[in-house]
Design a protein around this ligand. Structure first.
Ligand code: ADP
Length: 648
């Protein structure tokens, strides 16, 4: 656009404008005649200082420097301001800064007064509001239509797609020529990536349309992370990548939040990490957010030793459908939506997400979330990992390095028999002191810690272990308390001591295996199919002993044939010890014997012994010799009468 200088000289008067051209000294030279309303003190001066004449323009004029200094046409408009007129009325003024060709102009206008009556303003405001309301309605209808369309589309596409993928799976396990096999693999691969894309789009649209409601339930953070790691466990093994997890010991065990959404974000990040990493390791690290408030503000870091992201792409990867490199889809697949969804979910959970990376060295994605602390986890049972059969659980826990601290030989024996098929390596400690010493000397994936032990109890031993870990700067090893007490009584104490979770005696075999399973994905030697495929299998409950059997015929579980007769034998012999203690009113010994019987009975298949033990323990606490004697009689009678049948 060009302006004819001469034509311009005549414009201001015709349009009732005051036009100025900026000179090299930063002052303004009038262009053409100036209107009266400008009320300059003397006749048209060669140059005027606009900022001095209109002090309200000072800031605007300094902003104008950017307009005046550009080489291209540019325009900037000031706010409207008012000036008093001699007749008491008010004039509304506005200035526009223009860069036209090489000319820097300031055009001052007096605006028509009627436009600025308050009625007019109010009317304009109402119009604008109505317009906004209608726009919002249109937008809402559009979003709703989009969501409905996506939901329908996703259903319509997913149903046949599932059939295609399913049939491809069936076909791939039938005898095929190598060429046919390759064709089927193409179906499978593309079918699955299409399914992922649909799921991602659906997820994103749900978050965008505000349809995602976060749950606020009690959760075990360790369980959330272990389950996320389980999902990529198979792929990590196939690529030879180590998986690491580290949760700072000061993070409370039980938190309140949305475990599924949290896990989804971690899985997204781990999924990327494994995709872009060919050697080294992946790590999930959780610490308290240094900028957050309280122990439940977390900062999670998912790191890898993969290809990394160039610096100029770091801020782009969180945008929808954006990949760091245009060849990414070709080489690694993906849709460019995973991080967008993760960012939305993290923001929904009150946090933020960012990435640090170095090309060729790896990336670390950080995110923060604000969760609550579950102060009263008494109603909690153990985390329920995917419903696996005993055999699956045994396979999963295979290879775990366990340190078991228990002073009761029977208990130790019981745990060892439970883990007999699981192929774990187990080191034994007879008391808390020995446990701490062995912990310092060895490397363990998990510690099973009895709470009541001589020399040093489980609480003190766990505290020492936590102190030691902090001292040498290693991550907290899971320590599972073995206790005959209800958790409600010991929640605070155990949390304070640093236990990861607890198992209440009597402990069943599947309970123990389930409790150990989440830690197995961290053990490099652990093997077995990934949790994704296992998760679909139904539970096979272990055979439960017949608790009310009148004939006292007890079915002994497979693998327990050797240990059960010896256990019963010992209990028969204990009867004498009980009677001696009763005679000398040694209630401490009686309580201890009862406590141990309670802890082991069910594990060996005799819930009745657990019940008798509990009754003796309680009676000993009350120093109620009559009830103790009745309990001991029941014990003697039961251990004499019980007949064993062996499960095949
Ligand atoms: P995609 O489905 O493509 O993985 P994302 O939104 O999850 O979509 O990631 C966007 C892009 O960010 C990826 O395509 C990749 O270029 C880059 N990226 C994400 N995570 C990593 C990582 N751990 N290492 C290297 N590049 C990554």
């Amino acid at each position: 656009m060009t302006v004819d200088r001469d034509g311009m000289e005549n414009l201001p008067a015709a349009l009732d404008l005051a036009a100025f051209e900026r000179t090299s000294s930063g002052l303004f030279r009038p262009v053409g005649a100036l209107p009266d309303w400008l009320r300059l003190d003397h006749d048209t001066p060669p140059e005027i200082d606009l900022a001095e004449r209109f002090p309200l323009l000072e800031f605007f004029l300094s902003d104008c420097a950017s307009v005046f200094e550009t080489g291209t046409p540019a325009r900037l408009e000031s706010d409207v301001w008012e000036e008093d007129e001699p007749d008491g009325s008010r004039r509304h003024l506005q200035v526009t800064a223009l860069k036209l060709g090489s000319r820097s102009l300031a055009i001052l206008r007096s605006l028509p007064r009627e436009r600025f009556t308050y009625q007019q303003l109010y009317h304009d405001y109402q119009l604008a509001e109505e317009e906004a309301r209608q726009l919002k309605q249109v937008a809402e209808r559009a979003t709703q239509a989009k969501s409905e369309f996506l939901a329908t589309m996703s259903h319509e596409i997913r149903t046949p797609l599932n059939a295609i993928i399913g049939m491809a799976d069936v076909l791939s396990s039938s005898p095929l020529t190598p060429d046919q096999q390759r064709c089927v693999e193409v179906f499978q691969r593309n079918g699955i990536s299409l399914l992922n894309l649909i799921n991602d789009i659906l997820d994103l649209s749900k978050v965008e349309s505000g349809k995602v409601e976060l749950e606020t339930v009690s959760m075990d953070l360790r369980d959330v992370i272990s389950r996320a790691l389980e999902v990529i466990d198979g792929r990590a093994k196939a690529k030879g990548l180590a998986l690491k997890q580290c949760i700072a010991p000061e993070i409370p065990v039980y938190l309140i939040g949305d475990p599924n959404r949290l896990r989804q974000v971690i899985i997204n990040l781990l999924g990327n990490a494994i995709k872009f990493t060919d050697q080294g390791y992946l790590e999930v690290r959780v610490e308290q957010d240094p900028e957050g408030a309280g122990p439940a503000s977390l900062r999670v870091a998912v790191s890898d030793t993969g290809i990394g992201i160039p610096e100029e792409k770091l801020s782009l990867v969180f945008e929808s459908f954006t990949q760091a490199d245009s060849s990414t889809t070709r080489n690694y697949g993906g849709t460019g939506l995973g991080l967008t969804i993760s960012r939305q979910l993290v923001e929904l959970m009150g946090g933020r997400i960012w990435v640090e990376s170095q090309v060729g060295r790896g990336s670390t994605f950080f995110f923060t979330v604000k969760l609550g602390v579950d102060e009263n986890p008494s109603a909690r049972t153990l985390p329920e990992p995917a419903q696996l059969s005993t055999a699956d659980l045994e396979r999963k826990t295979s290879g775990l390095r366990i340190l078991l601290a228990d002073d009761s030989e029977d208990n130790r024996f019981l745990i060892l028999s439970y883990l007999n098929q699981a192929n774990c390596s187990i080191e034994i400690a007879g008391d808390g002191r020995e446990c701490v010493d062995k912990f310092r000397a060895g490397r363990f994936d998990v510690v099973l810690m009895d709470v009541e032990m001589p020399v040093m109890d489980g609480y003190s031993a766990t505290r020492e272990i936590r102190r030691y870990e902090q001292e040498i700067g290693i991550c907290a090893t899971p320590v599972l308390a073995l206790t005959a007490h209800a958790f409600a009584d010991m929640a605070d104490k155990s949390r304070e001591a640093g236990f990861t979770t607890h198992l209440t005696k009597p402990i069943r075999k599947t309970t123990l295996l389930r409790a150990l399973a989440p830690y197995s994905s961290l053990s490099p030697s652990a093997s077995g199919p990934s949790a994704v495929s296992l998760a679909d299998q139904p539970t096979q409950d272990e055979p439960s002993p017949d608790e009310t059997n009148d004939t006292l015929l007890v079915r002994v579980e497979r693998g327990m044939e050797d240990v059960v007769p010896a256990y019963l034998d010992k209990r028969r012999k204990d009867v004498q010890t009980y009677r001696q203690a009763l005679a000398t009113q040694d209630f401490d010994t009686l309580r201890m014997l009862g406590h141990k019987l309670k802890g082991t009975g069910t594990g060996y298949g005799f819930p009745i012994l657990t019940e008798i033990g509990g009754a003796i323990e309680q009676a000993a606490l009350r120093k109620d010799a009559g009830s103790i004697a009745a309990g001991v009689d029941r014990l003697a009678w039961y251990t004499e009468k019980v007949k064993l049948d062996y499960a095949q």
